[in-house]
Design a protein around this ligand. Sequence first.
Ligand code: GTP
Length: 612
Amino acid sequence: MEQYTCDVLRNFSIIAHIDHGKSTLADRLLELTGTIQKKQSGKNEQVLDKLKVERERGITVKAQTASMVYKFGGRDHMLNLIDTPGHVDFAWEVSRSLAACQGALLLVDASQGVQAQSISVFHNAKERGLTIIPVLNKIDLPAAQPERIAAQMQSTFGINPDDIIRISAKTGQGVASVLEAIVTRIPPPTGSTTTPLKAFLFDSFYDRYRGVISLVNVQEGILRKGDKIASCHTRKKYEVTELGIMHPEEVPADSLRAGQVGYVACNMKESSEAHIGDTIHRVGESVEPLPGFQPAKAMVFAGIFPVDSNDFPKLEESIKRLTLTDRSVTVQRESSSALGQGCRLGFLGTLHMDVFRQRLEDEYDANIIITAPTVPYKLIYRDNREVFISNPTEFPDTSDTASKVKEIQEPIVKASIIVPEEYFGDMMELCFSHRAENLDHRYLDSGSATSSRIILTCTLPLSEIVTNFFDQLKSRSSGFASFDYEDAGYKQSDLAKMSFLLNSKPVDALAIIVHRSAQDKIAREWVKKLHKVIPRQLFEVPIQAAIGRKVLARETLSAMRADVTAGLYGGHYERKMKHLENQKEGKRRMKKMGTVELPQEAFFDILSNKKS
Ligand SMILES: Nc1nc2c(ncn2[C@@H]2O[C@H](COP(=O)(O)OP(=O)(O)OP(=O)(O)O)[C@@H](O)[C@H]2O)c(=O)[nH]1
C-alpha cells in the first residue's frame, strides 16, 4: 500500500438516475483493470450488487466499494470506486459516499436522457465541490440520441458537450476513455502521512464472524493493524484487528495511508456504533472531527406482525439480525389487540420497506402481515410541546377539545417530475389529486424537432407519495415519467384519525390518518373493501368508518346460519363430527375482535389491499 501515495490515488463515484447503467459500468471498469475476470457467458452479472434482492429487482440498495489498479503514464494508479445506490429512498447513502470522493462520473442514458435523479445527484456532487465527468451511456441502443442528449446535458448542467464521454457499458465501447479521464480529470486526494490519523467513516456492513466492518477514507495520517483507535462521535475505543482494501472482496493489508479507502475490522459489535460521517482517530491524539452527517431519518413507518402469533419470538430475532446489516431501519416493539405482538419499523422510504420485507421473507422465511405505511406526524400541544406520532393508534382524537392539540403538521417534500410534453396534463392532474402546491414547470429541451420534455416541480405531502403515487406516475405516463423528491420540512395540515369499527368496536390495526378533504371518499371506499373481505358471522355485523364519534360510512354484513350440521340430517354421525371438528379448527385460527371473529388471513387481505 505504501507505493500508493496521494498523487496516484483517485477516489470517485458513479452517479446516475436508476437503471442508467452504474452497476454495468462498474463491472466493465473492474474487468478492464483486471480486477475481476471477464464473464465467459456474456451475461451482465453485476458484481457490486451483492444482495439477492438487488439482483432480483435490478436495483442497487447498499453502496459497495472496490479498489482497482490502473497503469497510466507508466505508473500504477489505485482507483477507488464507491458504488452508490440508485433509488430515491437511498439518497442519503449517495450523499455519504460522495463525501469520500474527489470526483464523480455522471452517467446519463443516451436514449432516456436527463431524468429527475440525474439532476438531484448532479447538484449533490456539485455542492460537495466534486469534479464531474459527464458520460453518455448505452450509445449502442438503436434508440440512442447522443447528440440530442448531449445538448440536453449542456442546457441542464452547463456541461461542455466536448467533455462528454460516449460509451456503451454493455459492449465496453469507450470505457477505456473513462478510466483515462478518471486519472487525468479528477484531482488526487490531499493529505499527509505524517499528521495525526483522521479517517472518515462512510459506510459499514456486518460480518457474522468479525462483527461490524467499517469502510473508511483515511484523510490524514496512517492507520495500521493493531492501532488503538477511537470514535469522535461515540468516544468508544477499539483495536484494529484487520484492515485492507475492497478489491472488490476484502484483501488484507498492513496499513491504510492518507488518501486511501478501505475496510477496518475492530471488534465493533453493533452496527449502530459505526456512525456514518464519524471521524476515527488514534487514542491519545486529539483531532478536529471532519464535518459529519445527519443520521438517516426514518420517514415511513409500518407495523410488522407474524401471521401466526406464536412466531413472534422468531420474527423479532430475524428483524434483529437483519437490522444488524441495515442500520437505517428503526425498530420498536408494538402490540395490537387485532394482530398481537409485533414490531413497528421505520424505513427511509417505501422501496426500502419493500426490500426489507422481501429480505425477511427470503432470508428468514418469515410469514408476516405488514400494516399500511404511515409518515411521522408532528403534533403541537397548547403548552407548545411537540410530539411526533408515527403510529395511527397513538393519534389522539383531535375533534375532542380535551386532547389539547393546538396544531397538526405533516412532512412535506419538494418533488420534481420529468415527463414528455404529451403527458403533462395527466401529471398535473395526478399532482393535484395528491394535494400538490406551488406547481411550476419549464421545458427541459426546447426547440428540438422531436417532442420536448418538461420538468414539473411542486410540493407534496409525504403521506401522499408513500402509497401508490409512484405506480400511478408510471402508469399514467406509460413509464416515461421520472420522479425525485427531497425533504422540505413540516407544514400545518387538516388531518384526523379514521377508525374502522366492527360491531361498534374499533380495530386498532386498521386505523389510518387521513386528510379531511378526502375523508368521506376514503371512508366509503374502505367500508366497502372491508365488507368484501370480512367473513360473515353468526349475527349481523355493522362495519363503520368514523372520525372521533362521527360515523362517516357504514356497510352491514348479514348473518350466516349458525349450525354447520343443519344440512346433515340422518344418521351420518361421523360426517357430523368431522364438520364440527373443522369448525373448531377454523375457530382456533380466528381472532376475536369484540364479538366479531376474524381469521388472521383477513387482515392480510385487508392490509395488502390497503396499499392499492
Ligand atoms: N444496451 C445497453 N444496455 C445497457 C448498457 N448499460 C447498462 N445496460 C442495461 O441497463 C440496465 C440497467 O443497468 P444497471 O447497470 O443495472 O443500472 P444501474 O444504474 O446500476 O441501476 P441501479 O443500480 O438500479 O441504479 C441493465 O439491464 C443493463 O444490462 C449499455 O451500454 N447498453
